[in-house]
Design a protein around this ligand. Structure first.
Ligand code: WT7
Length: 641
């Protein structure tokens, strides 16, 4: 069950050996401040910090490097100019494989960031302002984030696949007065209407911004509304633009993520700790060697794109691919074409992509060379051992170690992961804690479990990359993460620790589902469903899905005068898609005449989950239900699907 796969040699001189890992890990626990102040030297500081972590989980406040000042754009770009000015920073690979590849050196990247920063200033953006980004995966997505960091503005990136409604909610929540977008994007040969989605979002009542900066990318015809909308190429200038001196605890970005209740939370990360965390984890986990090309396939709309497309690689002076497209366009060999075209050494992607490609057969992979690959990484959801083995054996030909990195939007970067060279791998296990991380497993009563055990995963001590708060709602931050187990950060994940001290994440234990590595709140989908005028009540749970990991299963009750039909089910799917975005499209809609509730009216989700999973034998105690016969009808309805 938990067999080791010996790591292949990494042909790297700098990876961390098992002995070094043990020594560093021990020191990171015994002398955390000294350890992290040392790691902080990976960055350039205006004022180097003398303080390490100053934090408490009860009451909740978290600070790292509190007396240091720095600028992360300077660290990601300017400071490399002296010795890496002519080295590659970004290689843009467009959606269309016959389109134009665009390669930028660090010097060219610097020029683009300065132009973007000057355009933001001309638009009226000032230090501390929130700026919403709604961008395709293009160079300007990266330069827009860095330009915000440069002038001390706080970026809030909204994934380009979210709907105008979702975008509007995120603009309002963080009181953002500026949007950066593009005329459009391309994904899998299809245009994405970004600017017109922004227009639709801003047409909502109560949503108003002072300026919209538009990047010309596809050349699509674009309605510009004066004086609000401005083209980047008209506003940009090459004038000097100095990096603002930021305090370590000044906000760097807000990123919205779904929780088990309510609307998405604006998770807030600050400058110094996040910078140190992404720089250090990128260095150790990916063991990047000068001259290599790194490629993380995540979109900048997710935290993986923030930490391992923008900050981690650039803080380390790496060269990397920025990919606009999708794994299956124009065919299922695209990833490996990109790997060959740009000689990618390190590939970091998600289990859902691996499973989708695995299903298409090995020929798409083996027909490509892939000899440049040296290391493979996975993130976003538990990887099933079968997909792990395919990634390791077929994609990496057993030459490349696989790092399975467990982390979250709230953790800023990798937390539990094997390190290449330091650890033997176990297919399906994320491995060992990163430096400074103390995982703890607890049962439902709050008892701490020791040794080999399974329970809920908490972290007992703060680390530099930890989120500091929920924007505008610190109480919600405290409630969500620090109230389940007093004095600890609760991750929301279930987890098993085996006899070798390896961690196996089993998935969310709250009302959050993980669809293709994207976190979806069931409450959000329920809210969207009940907005439809036929829907009286809805309950949403996850169900097993071969490719996506989890699918979205919706139980829906209708108003008395409405009748369930295939057409209505399709209408509801489209409705959710419009309200939230394509990633939230329900996989199943089951109409029901009621939802299983306790006598006090609480929906019994445990039962709904089991039925959606087709586990009819394991429904447990249904005697407390207000209407026990309902369960039989629900099972019947599921069987008939
Ligand atoms: C949730 C966080 C980390 C960036 C992408 C997702 C799940 C993430 C793994 C992994 C098992 C994983 C967890 C976690 N998850 N990585 N390697 N193995 N599960 O960030 O949207 O904040 O979601 O993704 O359930 O809590 P996110």
């Amino acid at each position: 069950m938990s067999e080791f796969v010996e790591p292949p040699r990494t042909n790297s001189a700098t990876h961390c050996t098992p002995e070094q890992y043990e020594a560093l890990y021990r020191r990171s626990l015994e002398q955390p401040d000294a350890f992290w102040l040392e790691q902080a030297q990976r960055l350039d500081w205006f004022t180097p910090p003398t303080l390490g972590g100053e934090w408490s989980y009860d009451p909740v406040f978290i600070e790292w490097f509190g007396d240091g000042t720095l600028n992360l754009c300077h660290n990601a770009v300017d400071r490399h100019l002296a010795d890496k000015g002519d080295s590659t920073a970004l290689i843009f690979e467009p959606d269309d494989p016959s389109g134009e590849t665009r390669s930028l050196t660090y010097r060219e990247l610097h020029g683009e960031v300065v132009r973007m920063a000057n355009a933001l200033k001309a638009l009226g953006v000032a230090r501390g302002d929130r700026v919403t980004l709604y961008m395709p995966m293009i160079v300007e997505g990266v330069t827009a984030m860095l330009a915000c960091a440069r002038i001390g503005a706080v970026h809030s990136v909204v994934f380009g696949g979210f709907s105008p409604e979702a975008l509007a909610g995120r603009i309002v929540d963080c009181e953002s007065r500026f949007v950066i977008t593009a005329d459009g994007g391309m994904r899998g040969g299809r245009p994405v209407a970004l600017k017109s989605n922004v227009d639709a979002a801003l047409a909502h009542e109560g949503v108003a911004v002072d300026g919209v900066l538009v990047v010309r990318h596809t050349g699509a015809e674009t309605a510009m509304q004066a004086p609000r909308d401005r083209w980047l190429h008209e506003l940009a200038s090459d004038a000097d633009c100095l990096c603002e001196e930021m305090r370590a605890e000044d906000p760097l970005f807000i990123l919205y993520t779904s929780g088990s209740t309510g609307k998405p939370k604006g998770v807030l990360h600050t400058t110094g700790g996040y910078g140190v965390w992404t720089a250090a984890t990128f260095h150790y986990v990916f063991d990047y060697q000068p001259g290599e090309v790194f490629w993380c396939t995540a979109d900048i709309g997710w935290v993986t794109g923030h930490s391992y497309v923008v900050y981690g690689p650039l803080l380390n002076g790496a060269a990397q691919v920025i990919f606009e497209g999708v794994p299956n366009y124009p065919d299922h060999g695209r990833f490996w074409d990109v790997v060959d075209k740009h000689s990618v050494a390190i590939l970091y992607t998600a289990p859902t992509a691996i499973r989708a490609l695995m299903r298409e057969g090995d020929a798409h992979v083996t027909s490509r060379d892939r000899s440049s690959l040296r290391l493979l990484g996975t993130v976003g959801e538990p990887i099933n051992p079968e997909a792990w083995r395919w990634y390791f054996e077929v994609v990496g030909e057993k030459r490349c170690p696989v790092v399975d990195t467990w982390w979250q939007t709230e953790t800023g970067g990798a937390m539990i992961t094997t390190l290449p060279g330091a650890h033997a791998m176990k297919p399906g296990s994320a491995g060992k804690p990163f430096f400074g991380i103390r995982p703890q497993l607890l049962d439902a009563e709050g008892e701490v479990l020791s040794g080999a055990a399974a329970g809920n995963l908490a972290i007992t001590h703060s680390w530099p990359g930890q989120a500091r708060t929920v924007y505008g709602d610190h109480d919600r931050f405290v409630q969500t993460y620090f109230s389940t187990y007093m004095g600890r950060y609760f991750t929301g994940d279930g987890c098993r620790r085996d006899e070798d001290g390896y961690y196996w994440i089993t998935g969310r234990v709250d009302d959050v589902i993980n669809v293709s590595g994207h976190r979806m709140g069931t409450a959000e989908i329920e809210s969207a469903l009940v907005l439809h005028d036929s829907v009286a009540e809805a309950a949403v749970v996850g169900c097993p899905h071969d490719i996506k990991g989890q699918g979205i299963y919706c139980y829906v009750t209708l108003y008395a005068d409405r009748e369930g039909s295939d057409a209505l089910a399709e209408e509801l799917r489209q409705h959710v898609r419009k309200e939230i975005g394509p990633i939230a499209t329900p996989d199943h809609i089951q109409f029901t005449d009621g939802l299983p509730k306790t006598r006090s009216g609480k929906i019994m989700r445990r039962i709904l989950r089991k039925i959606a999973e087709n586990e009819f034998g394991a429904l447990g105690d249904t005697s407390t239900l207000a209407d026990p016969s309902l369960v039989e009808r629900l099972v019947e309805g599921r069987r008939n699907r």
